[in-house]
Design a protein around this ligand. Structure first.
Ligand code: BGC
Length: 446
């Protein structure tokens, strides 16, 4: 088995959490409401009627969780800022109690020798902004810039590493196209508008940080999947190419100045109707690193039922593949293929991070031990495949585990547990799972 030294001294080892999923305290200290507070207030929106409540209580337990991260041997702690803790209405009046909270989190990281990696936007849009069109309103670029500026001015003296946005395809696709996530919008128009504005906002956010702190390390976190066709029929192979473009190329290519991937999806040209003069230039930004976030494989087939895409996923349930609790197709080898392909396509990207990867399988508790052999194996296999890609000169510079402690999995509620540390949601006790203990051994300095 490889050990951590193989990855090199500068390789970053981190854990990742997010504000909405971990903090709780949604209505404490003058925080404003986000679209996810609204969404989860309706019980039927969340699986099993789970109510988020205090979730895993990061708002009060942040010191414990940060110390735990250190104890497990990681050097980096990635968390997101809640927009409505800082700006309860989305813009305008600043809530200093919110700034104070993140000051404490950042200082606690530094005190424990951990590098803070700050995600500026992890899906919890202020409800007030959604009431005014949210990501479909072009004004969002100004609202977002104001928020980025506040984050960077408040924390930039201590934070170097910034992830401007987390997985735009997930919040735009599930939230503004399929109506599955908050804010439950449906349709191609809201999807294309929201997507274009998210790209412009990422680029603008990048420029804002660069102007204020020229030496900052600026990136984004993009979801990616290994996509293959169900069989070799030409129509299915082409469908897989379109699916792959949607999942893996849609956001990175405009940011690199290559435009949206309409080569395989000609009707994607539609997005041009939302362009304003100069957008061709404004959508590009030279990020210092690109974070890739890998969870599952997608098998694609031709389908008439989806406009523009004309492709569908073959249900992993139908294929009886290696399923996690969310019925996603777990396939660690895919991360190698995705990394190779990404590097071959975009050699101009000089630094890649795996800014998230993880898995939810059922855990087994015996006495005070949490046995999660399959999760441990998952991370080992993922690391093996990252290492293989690295050996073949793909510039991967870090691995961030999703996630530290079990937390609230959006629409799926508390059932999927991704943590390498177990959360007892009644007592808020943390128990390090076998996977966490394995990381502790693996990361031990020689
Ligand atoms: C998201 C996390 C989420 C995880 C597991 C990622 O797409 O960034 O917020 O919990 O996947 O589904």
């Amino acid at each position: 088995m490889i050990n951590n030294n193989n990855f090199g001294e500068d390789f970053k080892w981190g854990v990742t959490i997010s504000a909405f999923q971990n903090e709780g305290a949604a209505q404490i200290d003058e925080k404003g409401l986000s679209i996810w507070d609204t969404f989860t207030a309706t019980k039927t929106n969340v699986k099993n009627g789970d109510e988020i409540g205090e979730s895993c209580g990061f708002y009060t337990k942040y010191e414990d969780d940060i110390q735990l991260t250190k104890e497990l041997g990681f050097d980096s702690f990635r968390f997101s800022i809640s927009w409505t803790r800082l700006l309860p209405q989305g813009y305008g009046e600043i809530n200093h109690k919110g700034i104070e909270f993140y000051n404490k989190v950042i200082n606690c990281c530094l005190k424990n020798g951990l590098n803070p990696w700050v995600t500026i936007y992890h899906w919890d849009l202020p409800q007030k902004l959604e009431d005014n069109g949210g990501w479909t309103n072009r004004q969002i670029i100004d609202w977002f810039s104001e928020y980025v500026k506040l984050c960077v001015k408040s924390f930039g003296d201590r934070v170097t590493n910034w992830i401007v946005m987390n997985e735009p395809m997930t919040f735009v696709g599930l939230g503004y196209f399929m109506g599955y996530h908050a804010p439950q919008r449906i349709g191609i128009t809201s999807f294309l508008k929201a997507a274009h504005h998210a790209v412009l906002a990422m680029a603008e956010g990048g420029r804002m940080i660069r102007n204020l702190y020229p030496h900052a390390n600026i990136g984004i976190g993009l979801s990616c999947s290994y996509v293959k066709p169900i069989n070799q029929l030409a129509k299915n192979k082409k469908a897989a190419l379109r699916m792959e473009a949607l999942l893996n190329r849609f956001f990175i290519e405009p940011l690199l100045g290559l435009g949206y991937p309409s080569d395989v999806m000609p009707s994607l040209q539609l997005i041009k109707s939302y362009f304003k003069k100069g957008d061709e230039h404004l959508i590009a930004f030279d990020f210092d690193f690109i974070g890739l976030q890998y969870y599952f494989r997608v098998v694609a087939k031709y389908s008439l039922s989806r406009p523009i895409l004309f492709a569908d996923e073959v249900s992993p349930l139908e294929r009886k593949s290696n399923l996690n609790v969310m019925n996603l197709d777990v396939y660690p080898k895919g991360i190698y293929k995705v990394l190779k392909q990404f590097h071959e396509r975009y050699p101009q990207v000089k630094k890649i991070l795996i800014s998230e990867s993880g898995v939810c399988y059922p855990d087994f508790q015996i006495a005070n031990h949490i046995h999660d052999v399959r999760r441990k194996k998952y991370h080992q296999n993922i690391l093996k495949n990252i290492y293989k890609a690295k050996e073949e000169n793909v510039p991967v510079e870090g691995y961030f585990v999703w996630t530290l402690v079990d937390n609230f999995e959006w629409k799926e509620g508390f059932e999927p547990r991704f943590g390498i540390v177990y959360t007892n949601y009644t007592t808020q006790e943390r128990i390090i799972k076998n996977s966490g203990l394995w990381f502790k051994k693996f990361l031990r300095k020689a």
